[in-house]
Design a protein around this ligand. Structure first.
Ligand code: C2E
Ligand code: CA
Ligand code: CA
Ligand code: CA
Length: 267
């Protein structure tokens, strides 16, 4: 353990000497995790809002550390700061593409961090993965966040390149940033993912519940006018699912329908 921490200093000191020792140690551990294959892709089901039919899954990375499972909330931000997200993202995309191709799990959504999206040649990398795995591009969805779209002109060009590969594009965590549906309407995005912070209040008694319902209704209505499909994240109760169906959200995702889990092993 001590030896590993020492190694981490030697290896990462140059670029990240302002970070705290805990992060430096975790960065080194993550570096080993990638090399040792400790990262694993979990899948969470996505269903239709109308009749809860399974249509696909979201790929969510996990770090299966010897000491226990580490949540991406704990290492993705760090991996973004160090650039390790580029390796992680490439691993998840390839695995998700392979699983979509060989495991009959429907459409698979993959999270793309801003750092990956901004990388020169990102669309070319995706093209190479499609070619290598042989997956039908129609089975892949790339989830982009608003922070990837800050440079609107360049983002539009990359989105168009990705779209021309045949993959679908989703705007993740919609409603948490500053972009408007209007700004979004010029982008080649097919799916909006309504952030869990809205779903969470849905079905609550009182003003918070009412407001959440009206906000979601407005998002779904405008998305519909733009011919964009909607996914509500974080659906946990039958009441939330019923309300989302009522406002005509297209798809639902959340613990009510299944937690992220590894695919069953092949014999
Ligand atoms: P996200 O993309 O918004 O993913 C949805 C998160 O909500 C997941 O957390 C999922 O487990 C959780 N979730 C789903 N349904 C429910 C629910 O009903 N209730 C609650 N309380 N939570 C629910 P997870 O897997 O911990 O991932 C957290 C974030 O880490 C993701 O948020 C995404 O931003 C990032 N992430 C995960 N995997 C990857 C990856 O492969 N690449 C990149 N760049 N980011 C990833
Ligand atoms: Ca996501
Ligand atoms: Ca999300
Ligand atoms: Ca989220």
């Amino acid at each position: 353990r001590a030896k590993q921490a020492g190694y981490s200093y030697a290896y990462f000191n140059v670029a990240h000497d302002r970070r705290n020792p805990h992060d430096i140690e975790k960065t080194a551990a993550l570096h080993h995790a990638i090399e040792r294959g400790e990262l694993q892709v979990y899948y969470q089901p996505v269903v239709t809002a109308s009749d809860h039919r399974l249509i696909g899954h979201e790929a969510l990375v996990r770090w299966n550390r010897p000491g226990g499972m580490v949540s991406p909330a704990e290492f993705i931000p760090l991996a973004e700061a160090t650039g390790q997200i580029l390796n992680i993202g490439a691993f998840v995309l390839r695995q998700a593409a392979l699983d979509a191709h060989t495991r009959r799990i429907g459409r698979v959504s993959v999270n793309v961090s801003a750092r990956e999206f901004e990388q020169p040649g990102y669309a070319e990398q995706v093209r190479a993965v499609l070619e290598e795995t042989g997956v039908d591009p129609d089975l892949l969805v790339l989830e982009i966040t608003e922070s990837s779209l800050l440079n609107a002109e360049r983002a539009g060009a990359v989105l168009n390149d990705l779209r021309s590969l045949g993959v679908r594009l989703a705007l993740d965590d919609f409603g948490t940033g500053y972009s408007s549906l209007g700004a979004m309407s010029s982008l080649p995005v097919q799916i909006l993912k309504i952030d869990r912070s809205f779903t969470r209040d849905l079905g609550r008694e009182g003003p918070a519940g009412t407001r959440a319902l009206e906000v979601i209704r407005a998002i779904v209505t405008l998305a519909g006018a733009m011919e964009v499909l909607t996914v509500a994240e974080g659906v946990e109760t039958p009441l939330q699912a019923a309300l989302l169906r009522e406002v005509r959200c297209t798809f639902l995702q959340g613990f009510l329908f299944g937690r992220p889990a590894p695919l069953p092993a092949l014999d």
